[in-house]
Design a protein around this ligand. Structure first.
Ligand code: GDP
Ligand code: IMO
Ligand code: MG
Length: 431
């Protein structure tokens, strides 16, 4: 069962790109199972910084086959641009495939995302405005356009679908948002050119993956976003519109739960979130400012400043359990180097009660007060550590305390963005 799932344990941007890239060095296939261009996964190699949006983070290895799975919503022009930009910079890429079942972000989706956010004003979700929510809404409403619908030969069917769909979108554009309607023939023309350009990449991905697994290949499923942005278990409605969990990863990749061997939860050594919604450990003081600047905490996709706070072990333990994490990666430990002391949230206080898991009621989540444990800082540069033993004792204790709180062994520790800045701890060392 050589499937490894890599997923976010917080609110996204935990460093899943870096961890996937590290694990992909010895993998055959990397699949993206969810999300869309709303994601931005960074991989730093000797050649420079790569920001990947829907293409899996294994693509920089020529030996890796990368698949955009059925659970992803794909914007064809964005994907084609991403492919072209990678080809321009990097000659020896892995093979890329796209599921014929993936949904398409159509030109009306980013517009709907923007107009709806504008209409909501202060009550907005703070989406990435990439059309992700509207595309997944159409998918669930059974009126979505799929990659298969764009392929040469599907023109009549696509026209039929859009003839039903577009009047509804245009009614919203004209009457609710007071904007111009879209033209059916223009849309069909665009869709035809996308279909022709994407056709060479399109496969029945779930069949390909199952054949590969039957042949003993090692597969990584690289989820986007983080579990606290999950539709069911995240801070609803301040969530994304697909499922960033291990279960969602299986569904989106066409892999059965029984085929999964490892679930690697990726956590930042502190917490960040982009967009609106509850964030009990948020720091709005100079420590928050320091972490934001030191950690260059600006969105990979949108450039928005990320909200920054202390490590939230209540949320982290919740996501570790929900995903059945077998291990965890803790990234950006080096960002904490200058701090004299570090806080970790070990409980949520709500009035005279202490909660040990995130509440479903949004107003309660907004109102909880974090209960902090204070740990000593190390005020030493960790970015050159070659092993766990090389880390300052206080940094080792910090890692061990988080491990205890989330109940999962931490097997990888990020001490910088570069490939070599990853400290591995093997299971034997943790026994
Ligand atoms: P993802 O969406 O989970 O893949 O994460 P992002 O790429 O959006 O954000 C993580 C950022 O942190 C990127 O700029 C990475 O290059 C950087 N990064 C990842 N791990 C480390 C680490 O251990 N230390 C430092 N300093 N930066 C890291
Ligand atoms: P990666 O894969 C961080 C957030 C948005 C917003 C909410 C809904 O790089 O970790 P959406 O555009 O999905 O409708 O926005 O979800 N969000 C992310 N935050 N990292 C991401 O992806 C995110 N993808 C979506 O900021 O709060
Ligand atoms: Mg990101």
């Amino acid at each position: 069962m050589p499937v490894t799932i890599v997923l976010g344990g917080q609110w996204g941007d935990e460093g899943k790109g870096k961890i996937t890239d590290a694990l992909a060095a010895t993998a055959d296939i990397v699949i993206r199972p969810n999300g869309s261009t709303n994601a931005g996964h960074t991989v730093v190699t000797d050649e420079g910084i790569y920001k990947l949006h829907v293409i899996p983070s294994g693509i920089l290895y020529p030996h890796c086959t990368c698949i955009i799975g059925a659970g992803v919503a794909v914007s064809p022009p964005d994907l084609l641009r991403e492919i072209a930009a990678l080809r321009e910079r990097h000659a020896r890429l892995g093979q890329l495939y796209l599921s014929d079942r993936a949904h398409v972000i159509m030109p009306y989706h980013p517009l709907l995302d923007l107009y709806e956010e504008q209409r909501r004003g202060a009550a907005g979700i703070g989406t990435t405005l990439r059309g992700n929510g509207p595309a997944f809404t159409d998918k669930v409403a059974r009126r979505g356009i799929r990659v298969a619908d764009l392929l040469p030969g599907s023109e009549a069917l696509l026209r039929q679908k859009l003839e039903i769909l577009l009047p509804e979108k245009n009614t919203l554009f004209v009457h609710l948002y007071h904007q111009q309607p879209l033209d059916l023939d223009e849309l069909l023309n665009e869709a035809r050119t996308w279909g022709e350009a994407l056709a060479p990449f399109v496969i029945a991905a779930e069949v390909f993956v199952q054949d590969a697994l039957a042949a003993g290949k090692h597969v990584i499923v690289e989820a986007a976003q983080g579990t606290m942005l999950d539709l069911d278990y995240g801070t609803y409605p301040y969530v994304t519109s697909s499922s960033p969990t291990a279960a969602g990863a299986c569904q989106g990749a066409g892999i059965a739960p029984t085929q999964v061997e490892r679930v690697v939860g990726v956590f930042k050594a502190y917490t960040t979130r982009v967009g609106a919604g509850p964030f009990p450990t948020e720091l709005t003081d100079e420590t928050g400012q320091l972490l934001r600047e030191r950690g260059r905490e600006y969105g990979t996709t949108t450039g928005r400043p990320r909200r920054v706070g202390w490590f939230d072990a209540v949320a982290a333990r919740y996501t570790a359990r929900l995903n059945g994490m077998t291990e965890a990666a803790l990234t950006k430990l080096d960002m904490l180097d200058p701090l004299p002391e570090i806080r970790v949230c070990v409980g949520y206080r709500l009035g005279d009660r202490e909660l040990t898991a995130p509440p479903a009621q949004l107003d309660q989540y907004m109102a909880v007060e974090p209960v902090y444990e204070i740990l000593p800082g190390w005020q030493t540069d960790t970015s050159h550590a070659a092993s766990f033993a090389d880390l300052p004792p206080a940094a080792q204790r910090y890692v061990e305390r988080i491990e205890e709180l989330i109940g999962v062994p931490i097997t990888m520790i990020g001490i910088g963005p570069a490939r070599r800045q990853l400290v591995w701890r093997h299971a034997s060392a943790l026994a």
